[in-house]
Design a protein around this ligand. Sequence first.
Ligand code: NAI
Length: 509
Amino acid sequence: MKLDVNRPDLTVGVIGTGAMGRGIVQVTAAGGMNVLMTDARPGAAAEARDFIAKMLERAAEKGSMSKEEAAAATARITIVDSHKDMKPCHVVIEAIVENLEAKRALFGELETIVTPDCIMVSNTSSMSVTTIGAKLKTPQRFAGFHFFNPVPLMKLVEVISGLLTEEWVCDALMALGKRMTREPVRLTDAPGFLVNQVGRGFTLEASHLVYEGVSTFADVDRVMRDVGGFRMGPFELMELTGLDVTQPASALIYNQFFQEPRYRPNLIMQERYEAGVLGRKSKKGFYDYDADMKAIVAAEKPAPAARPESVWVSSVEVQGSAKLKELLGKLDASIETGAKPSAQALILVTPIGEDATTAATSQNLDPKRTVAVDTLFPMVKRRTIMTTPITDPAYRDAAHGLLASDGVPVTVCRDSPGFIAQRIVAMIVNIGCSIAQSRTSVPADIDKAVTLGLNYPNGPFKFADVLGVQNIHRILENMNRIYADPRYRPNIWLTRRAKLGVSLLTPEL
Ligand code: NAI
């Protein structure tokens, strides 16, 4: 390593002191390093310093550091007038406007100012590190250092090597990230890097299924919280981030991957983006908001009182039917034991990646009496059922009433290969696999980055372990077959491991 980032006099430059820059300055100073910071807008750096001083004081009040440490950290921050004053820096971090020409101009100037061993990094959220560095005379000491907002609370930092970045640079950035009390994860340059790429699985697949008329924004959010275990549903998340950020980022990742169908956005997001219906920041998005900015969400309709006279459960899916029969037993349902359903029976199927129509027709079941139940996820906090386009509403209500009879809410969706949660989680796993396949990062690091950066209950690979690698593979295979859309083709890296019956976290020999 050419640079010892643990040297006591390490000096870090931060250019751009907006939302991200000031957070980066705070964790750098709190990590014991000297910081030189500057901003093009007069007065901006001083505002940032006052803000950071307050944040550090607050951290001291909360007991995460002493008053003396907070004061010392603030004292380590120096405002400088221009990029020229960055000469003494060992590392310079750029957090200016997200514009390629502006960033290239800045680094082109900077490399003539700093010493040859000084590391130059960009906090870009969406641009290729290789592209930003391509015009530099010294691209080998240039890398990506991608923090998350708000920096002091979000521990993850992605350390991104561009095509020409030398290894010692990322070694140094990994150590620097730790000194800043971050959790650095190393990867090679890729559109959306790591976390923002995986995040497309969650938000885009959710939009696709609403676009298809499978469900509503509120129901998808409920299912992903209660069934998938996510802290926030995909639409709630997009409301918070704002479609002015999410939609251009999605379109960019899709195009940077040469229109790879896995990342294909859709009109649900684009139209809202163009109409300025952005989410909380425009007071209208997928949800409307009341005067206190609380989302107005229509209450769920109470479950019907109906119950079926008898239920017949398809045993084609061995695990799913066993799980469902166990639950139905607890609900005191009258379960038929014949090889075929009686003429009146409610017919329940438990498909993996198939829609109710395909399950009913391929098993020669009466589609008017068929209802599908998602048994892949725990059926504890909420249950998801779906109908064929011709399921008799009386049978749908009977299934709903029965499955909600112990007080657990039930979401009814229209026909969809993979219901709601199966297909969204399968897409997250599939994207995780393509990141591993392209050697952008390794599975354990991908899981770590996703849980830290996106707060998902599991990273893609742990999700596959919990739900079954073969189940995830089957969801995608069935979706791919039924939709005939390459968007859903299983990644071959996943297919191989599903065939071999091994965990996706198995290290490759
Ligand atoms: P911001 O708009 O809050 O701050 C940017 C600051 O840079 C402003 O204070 C502006 O005056 C200053 N600036 C602009 N051009 C400059 C130049 N040529 N020289 C010096 N200062 C200049 O933006 P924010 O959100 O802090 O983003 C900064 C960078 O971080 C962008 O590249 C963005 O994509 C990236 N990023 C943003 C995240 C976010 O959630 N806001 C997350 C991760 C990365």
